[in-house]
Design a protein around this ligand. Structure first.
Ligand code: IMP
Ligand code: MG
Length: 177
């Protein structure tokens, strides 16, 4: 496997398609056990998680729904800072078993701001599935329940993740050289 270029940066192979696929199979297996007899709703956070969410969802065998949201960050007018708003969440999550699907938890800021809002809807339960986490970059109190891979604090592209909007269509994961 060779180096690739996305815009102005070079990336080296990091996780192969087969490695990712195998790991997602075991996450799905665990979800199928944990949610036996339940009917969870997957909430996939766009754009980054669309490929992961799709591959994971196909391997889920319990009755399940999926919905997609975008998180938009607005500068708050007060000292509270940014306000995260979810676009596209039409159905009520009240009483539902929710699995939030992310591509990567980096500092944890995005989810630490969004999760309290989600909990206001009073879901029966909330768990987080993240393809990747960067434990060394984590600054906020966010913990994923289903983690594909814990990775070093280095920028990655591919498999839905982008560098400046590009690289999402690369089928495997690459790391900044
Ligand atoms: P956080 O709020 O710091 O956890 O950042 C989360 C978001 O930053 C992710 O959903 C990604 O969109 C983006 N991100 C963080 N690290 C990377 C990376 O290595 N590659 C591509 N996107 C990343
Ligand atoms: Mg994201």
């Amino acid at each position: 496997m060779d180096k690739i270029r996305v815009l102005d940066k070079e990336f080296v192979p990091f996780l192969a398609e087969e490695t990712i696929d195998l790991r997602i199979s075991s996450l799905a297996e665990q979800i199928n056990i944990d949610y036996a007899g339940k009917a969870p709703i997957f909430i996939a956070v766009l754009n980054g998680s669309f490929i992961f969410a799709s591959d994971l969802f196909k391997k889920v065998t319990v009755a399940a729904q999926i919905s997609f949201i975008k998180l938009a960050s607005y500068k708050g007018t007060t000292s509270t800072g940014n306000v995260i708003t979810a676009i596209g969440l039409e159905e009520s999550l009240k009483g539902k078993d929710v699995i939030l699907v992310e591509d990567i938890i980096d500092t944890g800021k995005t989810l630490s701001e969004f999760i309290p809002q989600l909990l206001l809807q009073a879901p029966a339960s909330l768990r987080i599935a993240s393809l990747l986490t960067k434990p060394d970059a984590l600054k906020y109190d966010v913990k994923a329940d289903y983690v594909g891979f814990e990775i070093p604090n280095k920028f990655v592209v591919g498999y839905g993740l982008d560098y400046d909007g590009y690289g999402r269509n690369i089928p495997s994961l690459y790391q900044l050289a």
